[in-house]
Design a protein around this ligand. Sequence first.
Ligand code: CA
Length: 229
Amino acid sequence: MPASILVVEDEPAIQELIAINLEHAGHAVLRADNAEQAASLVREVLPDVVLLDWMLPGQSGIAFARRLREDDRTRDIPIIMLTARGTEADKVAGLESGADDYITKPFSPRELMARIKAVLRRRSPQLTDETVVIDGLKLDPVAHRISAGDTRLELGPTEFRLLHFLMTHPERVHSRTQLLDQVWGDHVFVEERTVDVHIRRLRLSLEVSGHDRLIQTVRGSGYRLAATA
Ligand code: CA
């Protein structure tokens, strides 16, 4: 499950070590030396995970984590704090600032990868390889296949990603902006209308088995996938 991962770390050697390991595992890495740089990267592309050093020049990692949590757009990004501190009080402060996990330096690349995988599974189920089934509609991300009983459904790549995201986050209303961030991965260069176009195509493809009824329009808010029709 390749993900885009933002590494915020001011020590060049550690930043490099982390980035190399992540890239080796197939992830796309964004790098920042401080919170301001990280904030401007996040404005352009929403990462799947943030690895955040606690002690940064300027704004601290803790303060930046709070900033991410206060913004609707970045609220749900998994954050793993990296720190040399290891006392109980520090861990509590880190988790209270909104971090999902905590890793104490020095750590092994293997431990880091395991933690990343765990937060991705927890927070972004659409990035995992598990098959999702809702109301008889089955999506297999590995085989890239969608079926309803014996019927194979044909979807374009964007509709596939859109359906995967909706099926792994059912019963929640997603705004067009959120869908652009989650499915297109970049909210800046795509118009919101694009979402409507792909939702229409998705419904059309699902009509074959009648599962288009699962995709609901929530007037003035966005779209939702109903867990049952
Ligand atoms: Ca540091």
